[in-house]
Design a protein around this ligand. Structure first.
Ligand code: IPE
Ligand code: IPE
Ligand code: MG
Length: 241
């Protein structure tokens, strides 16, 4: 397990590679997405003992609607199934669930499931799990700016960041992307301004506790300067101020 110093409190994950994992096994892509849910459960359980208090995952992007219709409906079914099967367990484990993203285009059944899961787990404090579903960083920034403009509120860094959908939590310290792709794909564009990035060659269904620990060790060796010089940081804890 990673050393206790320099631990990320908030990690963000682009869970990529499910389709390739399935194709390599001559399985339908949806089998990879199902496997991906198992990996997520495993990684979530591993976080509290590693002092991570918030996990934000990318589950379905604004652009994923452009996939074949069977895959999109399969992903909606997986979400609905995971809500009914996994939420009671998350509740028992003290995990607070939030869904981040547009609710437009989601079925009434899914929307109700998201709301119920958020309400049921609202009092939990062990771990916050933010599931970005039907989410895009551009959507988030544009809709926040539109709301501010409609209310006549001046747009500043502070007002905009407070209007974004993840304003209730700190920015991620570490962003992990699996699947051997080095891009953000419209995830957390605003919030990742000073996030440490870590790219794993593993496909998401193959990602495990050891891979998480490798990412945490790598993070522990980074120096986060937030624009300052190294000398300014010596012997001091790093703060953004
Ligand atoms: C990520 O896995 C999950 C979603 C985008 C829903 P992919 O489905 O993108 O898997 P690859 O990248 O095609 O292997
Ligand atoms: C990003 O993965 C979205 C999710 C993991 C949910 P994609 O597979 O959609 O990203 P691109 O298309 O390869 O950039
Ligand atoms: Mg992908």
């Amino acid at each position: 397990m990673a050393e206790l110093h320099n631990v990320p409190r908030h990690i963000a994950i682009v869970m990529d590679g499910n389709g390739r994992w399935a194709s390599k096994r001559f399985l339908p892509r949806i089998a990879g997405h199902n496997r991906g849910v198992e990996t997520l459960k495993r990684i979530i359980s591993a976080c509290p003992s590693r002092h991570i208090d918030t996990v934000t995952v990318f589950a379905f992007s604004s652009e994923n609607w452009n996939r074949p219709v069977e895959e999109v409906s399969g992903l909606m079914d997986i979400l609905a199934m995971a809500l009914s099967r996994e939420v009671p367990k998350l509740q028992r484990d003290g995990v607070r669930l939030r869904f981040v993203g547009s609710r437009e285009g989601l079925s009434e059944r899914v929307k109700k499931g998201l709301e119920d899961a958020e309400a049921l787990t609202a009092g939990n404090t062990l771990l916050s799990l933010n599931v970005c579903f039907n989410y895009g960083g551009r959507w988030d920034i544009a809709s926040a700016a539109a709301r501010l403009a409609a209310a006549g509120t001046p747009i500043t860094e502070l007002s905009l960041s407070q209007a974004l959908s993840l304003s209730f939590c700190s920015d991620p310290d570490l962003l992990i992307r699996t699947g051997n792709e080095m891009r953000l794909s419209n995830f957390l564009l605003w919030q990742s301004a000073y996030t440490e990035l870590y790219f794993s060659e593993l496909l998401w269904p193959d990602f495990d506790e050891a891979a998480l620990d490798a990412a945490l060790s790598d993070y522990a060796s980074r120096e986060r300067r937030f624009g300052k010089t190294s000398d300014q940081l010596v012997g001091k804890s790093v703060t953004k101020a």
